[in-house]
Ligand binder design. Structure first.
Ligand code: ADP
Ligand code: MG
Length: 699
């Protein structure tokens, strides 16, 4: 057996208790896991301070000296242990609030120590609470002490005595135990291209760097390696899927498509739309299963692309389904598709959580006998009890509300999985998208339909509300409609509800009936009431729609030309962008007004400034990514890209690109990695497969 797979409890000094803590808290099960548990920072242990030269702040310092006495001093609750520490010239105090007994017993008086810790100033007198202490003789004998690793830790680990010091001891023990050098995992060619240090040096130096340069070299190499293997696996998986998984062949473009294209299409497709339709056409026609992500900013016209694809499916005798994240959106899709299709002879139906039993029963029959071509709905569509005769295409709108698991469920609907088109209006930068959705091919609509006016965006403070209201009434005068949106955050739903109601009241006062009519839509209403209110707005019976973010996704009301976002500082960038996308859909100049208080965090300021500066969804996504990190990006949660051990998808974006293109090139030349020069890669991949616990995120 590979010695690296030894369970962690067999490491000297780790018994069952510590092993359990390591498993629970850090997911460290084996030697391998520990070896790949990388420090998140390093502290400089090459400098020693004299007590008289200590910096008057709370930095971490290292001092040589001796303990000359200890004393237990009573305090309000319990006692503290105070040691007087001398560097030969001056003295200072070391303080412990816990673990007195053990420390008192293990401290050796008048012995040379190296101590390390964070300074605490009590007036002019420095002390160090809970310092790390090591007898100087041991300190000098240990691994290099120039840069000391600091490992990620948890409260629980610390409370169970697994301190940084213990972690370091374990690493030392591990490296002693693993006597043989670590095998190289990158090809000679890659090592030469980037002048990487070898694997063995890299692993040793990442834990115990001999100097800063070598540490940097180790970090670069390991980051690259991690990203490279991630990309290699994703690309291989994609290749395999294309080779192995058979898909339905949509052989022809037939009457439905042609008829629609020639007689019903209300506008010319943009070049970007045409390009995507061609990509889809190619995918669905060649016998492989399509798995395609369609990215396109709000309003870029994804729906029509979906419809055209569904028509091709119908032309080939297949059913399609389209799923939307909310009931409102599903209904809107249903209605707009219905009117687009007209008398084309395609049958379509709607299925949502509020479909009645009778409706469901009728639908089930039509679905199973195949007389229904197109099913539109919410998540209800993928429930197991919904059975199709021959589902050939599934379209998922607004991907970010849809989990990977749900996508997988779709794939299982037939023996042969349907072609899948996932549409998202939350653009994420391309390289990231490729990593996150590595198993999907990507199409982008990067062009808006002609004649769209840019939405003008302003940031206004609450104190300017009267002016804003004046502006709104002027717009209403011109016949426009207005959205006013309030935040809705799960944790404080009650408070948000109150904000919404207060807002509604003050707006009702500023825009009194009967001259003005106001709709209100929020999450607590039942679907029927929501629809009623939406409908009134759609029919222009109301001029103002007060709502929470339930309207965020997809709603299309071209006459609404002003979007007011209340407490805009509480929204994330992608949400703000989505909301703004509700306006600017008609021919009129549209506006987005971001209301906020004066109290803004730097981050909130950046968000609002970004919104007023650009309407480009991709630019906004870049900023969003920088502000929040990929962890909060919609859709990335389950992707595993976050569980990287050393690379950082944002900071190391350049490495990511390089690694991806290297992996690409390699596979193009040698798809099975059979060449002798790629042997290391093949062997490493095989190991990764065997020991899934390490790389289990690339399933
Ligand atoms: P999204 O990509 O946000 O889903 P939609 O598909 O809802 O965008 O399209 C937004 C609006 O643009 C719709 O009213 C649609 O009819 C219109 N549209 C789509 N494509 C074009 C085009 N090529 N030319 C003109 N209008 C278009
Ligand atoms: Mg849409």
């Amino acid at each position: 057996m590979d010695v690296l797979q030894t369970p962690i409890e067999y490491l000297k000094g780790v018994g069952p208790n510590r092993a359990n803590m390591l498993k629970q808290e850090l997911n460290i099960f084996t030697f391998q896991d520990l070896l790949h548990f990388f420090p998140h920072r390093y502290i400089d242990r090459s400098t020693f301070y004299k007590i008289k030269d200590l910096p008057e702040n709370s930095s971490e310092v290292q001092i040589k000296g001796r303990v000359i006495k200890t004393e237990l001093i009573p305090q309000k609750r319990g006692k503290r242990l105070v040691a007087t520490f001398s560097d030969g010239e001056n003295t200072m105090e070391l303080v412990w609030f816990r673990g007195h007994q053990w420390i008192k017993e293990s401290l050796k008086l008048n012995t040379d120590y190296v101590i390390f810790g964070r300074l605490n100033w009590y007036g002019k007198r420095p002390n160090i609470p809970h310092p790390e202490m090591e007898i100087e003789e041991h300190f000098n004998k240990g691994f290099s002490k120039k840069l000391q690793a600091v490992y990620p830790s948890t409260e629980k680990l610390l409370s169970k005595g697994i301190s940084q010091r213990v972690m370091i001891k374990m690493m030392e023990e591990l490296l002693r135990t693993l006597k043989n050098p670590f095998l190289e995992t990158l090809t000679e060619n890659l090592l030469n291209t980037y002048h990487f240090i070898d694997k063995n040096e890299a692993l040793k130096n990442i834990h115990f760097p001999i100097d800063q340069n070598t540490l940097t070299a180790a970090q670069n190499r390991l980051k690259y390696e991690e990203l490279f293997y991630l990309q290699l696996q994703l690309l291989m998986k994609n290749l395999q899927r294309k080779q192995k998984i058979k898909g339905f062949v949509f052989q022809k473009v037939g009457a439905h498509f042609n008829n629609f294209f020639e007689h019903h299409l209300p506008f010319d497709l943009t070049e970007a739309q045409k390009k995507v339709v061609r990509e889809i056409r190619k995918d669905t026609g060649d016998g492989k299963q399509m798995n395609r992500l369609l990215q396109g900013d709000v309003g870029s016209g994804k729906t029509i692309v979906a419809l055209l694809t569904m028509l091709i499916a119908a032309d080939n005798g297949f059913q399609s389904c389209l799923m939307a994240p909310t009931e409102i959106l599903a209904k809107q899709h249903f209605q707009s598709l219905k009117s687009l299709i007209g008398d084309l002879g395609i049958s379509l139906a709607l299925l949502t959580g509020s479909s009645t039993k009778k409706e469901r029963e009728e639908l089930a029959i039509a679905l199973e006998e195949g007389s229904l071509n197109l099913l539109i709905g919410t998540h209800a569509v993928i429930e197991d009890r919904v059975k199709f005769k021959n589902l050939g295409l599934a379209v998922v709108d607004e991907q970010h509300r849809f989990g990977v698991a749900q996508r997988a469920k779709l794939w299982r609907k037939n023996k042969i999985p349907p072609h899948v088109l996932v549409m998202t209006a939350t653009p994420i930068p391309r390289t990231l998208a490729m990593s996150v959705y590595g198993d999907l091919d990507i199409s982008v609509i990067d062009e808006l339909p002609p004649g769209r006016k840019q939405v003008k965006t302003f940031h206004r403070y609450d104190s300017n509300r009267l002016k804003v209201f004046k502006f709104l009434s002027d717009e209403i005068e011109k016949g426009r409609q207005i959205y006013i949106v309030y935040p809705l955050i799960q944790e404080s739903e009650k408070m948000d509800y109150k904000d919404l109601m207060d807002g509604y009241e003050s707006i009702s006062r500023a825009f009194p009936a009967p001259k003005y009519q106001i709709s209100i839509v929020h999450g607590k209403m039942n679907a029927k009431d929501k629809d009623y209110e939406m409908d009134r707005f759609l029919k222009k019976q109301t001029q103002i729609m007060v709502a929470t973010t339930v309207i965020e996704v997809g709603v299309n009301i071209p006459n609404a030309s002003v979007m007011v976002i209340e407490s805009a500082e509480r929204f994330g960038l992608s949400q703000l962008h989505q909301l703004r996308g509700r306006v600017g859909r008609g021919n009129d100049q549209s506006y987005c007004i971001l209301m906020s208080s004066h109290k803004l965090s730097n981050e909130a300021k950046t968000r609002l400034e970004t919104m007023t500066a650009t309407t480009d969804g991709f630019k906004i996504a870049e900023v969003d990514l920088k502000l929040r990190g990929p962890g909060d990006l919609m859709g990335t949660q389950q992707s595993g890209i976050l569980q990287l051990k050393i690379a950082d998808i944002i900071k190391d974006n350049q490495w990511l690109k390089t690694a991806r293109s290297d992996a690409h090139q390699l596979l193009r030349a040698d798809p099975q990695l059979n060449a002798q020069s790629n042997l290391r890669l093949k062997q490493t991949l095989a190991k990764m497969k065997t020991y899934q616990n390490i790389w289990n995120y690339i399933s």
